[in-house]
Design a binder for this molecule. Structure first.
Ligand code: GLV
Length: 328
């Protein structure tokens, strides 16, 4: 029986950390997620679990491992984990905040720029040999980004980093919604807190940067797209279920909004998403928000460190439910 179960391939430096601590581990060194049956088998007897957002960690799974002390998600979002069920069982849950903030904000802005300036369409055009000469009425004429209004839904760590790029890099006016006001962002970036309705109505680009929770489920449906400008863009590098995907496809097709940059989907792996068939001003990516070598390595290390702390009897640095921790 191994002490730590690692459900999918992570960076080798993280496995080396476990080895350096003499923690035995069962490592599913594959880029394919375990199915629920194999995941159930894999965690039997383990005390620490290093898992990914593709692993559904619920009460049934936790009960396969009565000695489980720590669940370390290699992600900042943790909607794949039933944290309440973990707390009831005295299991501490951890995530990987901060290390991926700037990387994810970079990707968010890359989607925004690519959708506005139609980079994927331009790329396809080039590769298929269609570029003959410069035309003033270029087929890929896009829209300006600088000086426009950027609406941030969820002004947390990543939302603020996106806002900073917009305000300081592209002279954008920043509006935001959040549970509490952000005086620093208001001072540094001139950001303004508004109601969700105002944000929908006034933004040229809307970036979703909020976690997926029951409250944010289908926050964007046809009703919200109808309130947006017809020239507006929606950027989502947060979580798929925040947007009703079929409604977004319909809004784009019918011209209710102009474009979208989407990194996350209601169903991943992507099955028959209408979004992936739309081209004009639409950019899709395979959930790569945090996908830089440096950041994915740091996330792997952070998860390993959280498990190591917990198994040494210390409350892990990135505990989401530290209140359940009792020092031994
Ligand atoms: C990835 O989606 C993450 O939450 O880190």
């Amino acid at each position: 029986v191994s002490q730590v179960c690692v459900t999918q391939r992570i960076f080798p430096e993280a496995i080396e950390l476990l080895q350096a601590e003499n923690l035995s581990h069962s490592y599913h060194e594959s880029d394919q997620a375990l199915d629920s049956h194999d995941l159930n088998e894999a965690i039997k007897g383990c005390e620490g679990l290093i898992c990914l957002i593709t692993d559904k960690v619920d009460a049934v799974l936790m009960d396969q491992a009565p000695n489980l002390k720590v669940i370390a998600n290699v992600a900042v979002g943790y909607d794949n984990i039933d944290v309440a069920a973990a707390s009831e069982r005295g299991i501490v849950v951890t995530n990987t905040p901060d290390v991926l903030t700037e990387t994810t904000a970079d990707l968010t802005f890359a989607l925004l720029l690519a959708a506005a300036r139609r980079i994927p369409e331009a790329d396809t055009y080039m590769r298929s040999g269609q570029f003959k000469e410069f035309k003033l009425y270029q087929p890929q004429i896009g829209v300006d980004v600088f000086g426009k209004t950027l609406g941030i839904v969820g002004m947390g760590r990543i939302g603020t980093a996106v806002a900073r790029r917009g305000a300081l890099g592209f002279g954008m006016k920043v509006l935001y919604t959040a549970n509490s006001s952000k005086p620093e962002a208001e001072k540094e970036l001139g950001a303004k807190q508004v109601t969700f309705e105002e944000l929908l109505k006034e933004s040229d680009f809307i970036s979703i940067n909020t976690p997926s929770t029951p409250e944010t489920h289908h926050l964007f449906t046809l009703k919200e797209f109808e309130q947006m400008k017809r020239s507006a863009f929606l950027i989502n590098a947060a979580r798929g279920p925040i947007v009703k995907e079929d409604d977004l496809a319909e809004a784009l097709e019918s011209g209710l909004i102009q474009g979208a940059g989407i990194d996350v989907f209601e169903r991943e792996p992507l099955i028959d998403s209408k979004l992936a068939q739309l081209k004009k001003h639409v950019v899709v990516a395979p959930h790569i928000g945090s996908a830089s070598v440096e950041t994915r390595r740091n996330m792997s290390l952070m998860a390993a460190q959280n498990v190591i702390s917990a198994l040494k009897g210390q409350c892990p640095p990135n505990a989401l439910n530290p209140e359940i921790w009792k020092d031994v």
